[in-house]
Design a protein around this ligand. Structure first.
Ligand code: NAD
Ligand code: IMJ
Length: 257
């Protein structure tokens, strides 16, 4: 009780398991009193997402594969029926074929490029457009998750870096489109975190070690630190902030060497 998001409602996409950054966002939003709905991307994930939802006393858990327009439509209908309106949407979804996340960007296939763009970038405007009617009355906040590999070359990030560049540009164009309706759109650029999406990535441990050594805070960040910034971006505390990418990376992005 008494959290700064008491009386607000949100939808979080991208929870796969306890390590998901979207799960940390859901925890922070719940802690501050937001009523939430979660989604699962495939039947394979349904049982685990439902179990996690129970932990936070979240009653609404719906299917949503962002490559399926009908499923996105059904999700919005379901949210309308269960929550009635929305103040917050958290987008924590990304995917590229594993073979695209090694070797050179030069070798990216047409199909691999299209999949990464569709799931990791296009899903933001596609979902946002559908959600607007639920946010229209008082405005709201849309937050997505990105990575510095959109602006600098991170070996192996490849087609995901290009998709994140499209995602961050989408944040700016959406912020302009939705500003008149008092809907804010921002991204959190997170430092590396050991999640399912970071598993099996060549050299991941070396990247964590480099950050612990060079970042101004001389450490890595936690998913909960991203969750707290997500709660801030979802709250009136950030009412003047839109179109921004906020770094939660222990300051690493300011370094030249
Ligand atoms: P994660 O694997 O837990 O989350 C990725 C989510 O995307 C999963 O829940 C998965 O089900 C979902 N997803 C994939 N394809 C989908 C589809 N077609 N439809 C719906 N959902 C789909 O990993 P994570 O690290 O928590 O990633 C969450 C976000 O954070 C991603 O956008 C990722 O790029 C970003 N990010 C992660 C890191 C990191 O180091 N882990 C750093 C910066 C940004
Ligand atoms: C991913 C690939 C290469 C380098 C990477 C990452 N670094 C970090 C990540 C340095 C931090 C994690 N990240 C920021 C992502 O956005 C990951 C996205 C991702 C991961 C996978 C792995 C499994 C798979 N497909 C994926 N699609 C997207 O099959």
């Amino acid at each position: 009780m008494g959290g700064f998001l008491e009386g607000t409602k949100g939808l979080v996409l991208g929870v796969a398991n306890k390590r998901s950054v979207a799960w940390a966002c859901a925890k922070a939003l719940r802690r501050e009193g937001m009523q939430l709905a979660l989604t699962f991307a495939s039947e394979r994930l349904e049982a685990s997402v439902r179990k996690l939802a129970e932990e936070l006393e979240i009653e609404t858990v719906l299917a949503c594969d962002v490559t399926m327009p009908d499923e996105m439509d059904r999700l919005i209908d379901g949210i309308g029926e269960r929550l009635g309106s929305l103040d917050t949407f958290v987008h924590g979804v990304a995917f590229a074929k594993r073979e695209e996340l090694k070797g050179t960007y030069l070798e990216t296939s047409r199909e691999g490029f299209q999949i990464a763009q569709e799931v990791s970038a296009y899903s933001l405007p596609a979902m946002s457009r559908r959600l607007i009617p639920l946010m229209a009355e008082k405005g709201g906040s849309i937050t997505t998750l990105t990575y510095i590999g959109s602006e600098r070359v991170i070996p192996n990030y490849n087609v995901m870096g290009v998709a994140k560049a499209a995602l961050e540009a989408s944040v700016r164009y959406l912020a302009y489109d939705l500003g008149p309706q008092n809907i804010r759109v921002n991204a959190i650029s997170s430092g590396p975190i050991r999640t399912l999406s970071a598993s099996g990535i060549d050299g991941f441990t070396a990247i964590l070690d480099t950050i612990a050594e060079r970042a101004p805070l001389r450490r890595n960040i936690t998913a909960d630190e991203v969750g707290d910034v997500c709660a801030f971006l979802s709250s009136p505390l950030s009412r003047g902030v839109t179109g921004s990418t906020i770094y939660v990376d222990a300051g690493y992005h300011i370094m030249g060497l």
